[in-house]
Ligand binder design. Structure first.
Ligand SMILES: Cc1ncc(C[n+]2csc(CCOP(=O)(O)OP(=O)(O)O)c2C)c(N)n1
Ligand SMILES: [Mg+2]
Length: 321
């Protein structure tokens, strides 16, 4: 990679962190309706993954989707506008936090029902097979989703029909307030892929370069083999499941330990400086500039118009000729 590419990964991760910190404030001010699931702590996962895709490769994820949306090319101001329910948001303010999407960026959402987007990913890949595209569908989901029937149906069909899907489980150790080993008979989640003879691997999700490297290899393998692959990416969310989570299922010490020793931003900052790819001053300046970029994005979102009442039923159904 060139220096700009290394530094851009840092920029993308810091942008996600800062946008989400602002989202948390806006939520507490009552400006965001519904739920808000923050991605803070998991930034290296989607940043590494999406940086490894080609433009024809599709991305689809669950509801912890703001970071993924930005990595896929949706500007921070458009994500923030969607969070505030404004017409300038990527779903014109109709979707909110859990329904970011932009088909032109090959980003297929943002899905709120746990596990429900896995068959959609299989369907996207089946469409690509019919149309002889060489696209790979990258489908991200949580550890909790692997206990849902849809997960098993989708993995089974993907192998049986030779679909080009990269299945990516973001194992952040909890599904809401339940630890993996209390919800899943198989606690090493990648082993579930073995049941469908899908090759698989575990990856450290706090190191953006490790994620990127594993993703590059996996995506090209899927493209070449026309068959699925499974990555279990080990990560941790630094915030509660959603806003207002009392977090009784884990200790403050556990969270602090991850924040102090495993912060993906801290790890990558150290790597860039130690390998003389960027100086501390350059990275500090980038952080300051990104703070300004995010402030401007908040300003844009706050000053954007609300959808009109007359448009309430617009875009609900596709109108056929
Ligand atoms: C079918 C379904 N059941 C339950 C819920 C409620 N719910 C929302 S998030 C969640 C936990 C999912 O955990 P995981 O897949 O590990 O994702 P994470 O939140 O850790 O990113 C549950 C049970 C839901 N949205 N959909
Ligand atoms: Mg989880």
């Amino acid at each position: 990679m060139k220096k700009e590419e290394y530094v851009d990964l840092f920029h993308q991760m810091i942008r996600i962190r800062l946008v989400e910190e602002q989202a948390s404030i806006l939520y507490q001010q009552g400006k965001i309706g519904g739920f808000l699931h923050l991605y803070i702590g998991q930034e290296a996962v989607s940043t590494g993954l999406v940086s490894a895709r080609k433009p024809q490769d599709r991305v689809i994820t669950a509801y912890r989707d703001h970071g993924v949306a930005m990595n896929c090319g949706i500007p921070a101001k458009v994500v923030l506008a969607e969070l505030l329910g404004k017409t300038t948001g990527c779903s014109e303010g109709r979707g909110g936090s859990m329904h970011m999407a932009d088909v032109e960026q090959n980003f297929w959402g943002g899905h709120a029902i746990v596990g429900a987007h896995l068959p959609i990913a299989a369907g996207l890949a089946l469409g690509d097979r019919y149309q002889e595209h060489d696209s790979v569908t990258i489908c991200m989901f949580g550890d909790g989703a692997t206990n849902i029937g849809y997960f098993h149906e989708a993995l089974n069909l993907s192998k049986l029909w030779g679909l080009s899907v990269l299945w990516v489980c973001e194992n952040n150790l909890y599904g809401m307030g339940t630890a993996v080993e209390r919800a899943s008979a198989v606690s090493e989640i990648r082993q579930k892929a073995e049941g469908y003879m899908i090759p698989n691997q575990r990856v450290d999700g706090m190191d953006v370069l490790k994620v990127r490297e594993a993703a590059e290899k996996a995506i090209e393998k899927v493209r070449k083999d026309k068959s699925p692959y499974f990555l279990e990416i080990q990560t941790y969310r630094f915030r509660g499941h959603s806003m207002g989570d009392p977090e009784r299922y884990r200790t403050a010490e556990e969270v602090k330990r991850w924040q102090n020793k495993e912060d993906p931003l801290g790890i990558y900052h150290k790597y860039l400086v130690e390998n003389e790819i960027a100086t501390s001053d350059e990275l500090d300046k980038m952080e300051k500039d990104t703070e300004q970029e995010v402030q401007d994005a908040v300003q844009f979102a706050e000053s954007s118009p609300e959808p009109a009442t007359d448009d309430l039923f617009k875009n609900l159904y596709v109108e056929m000729e």
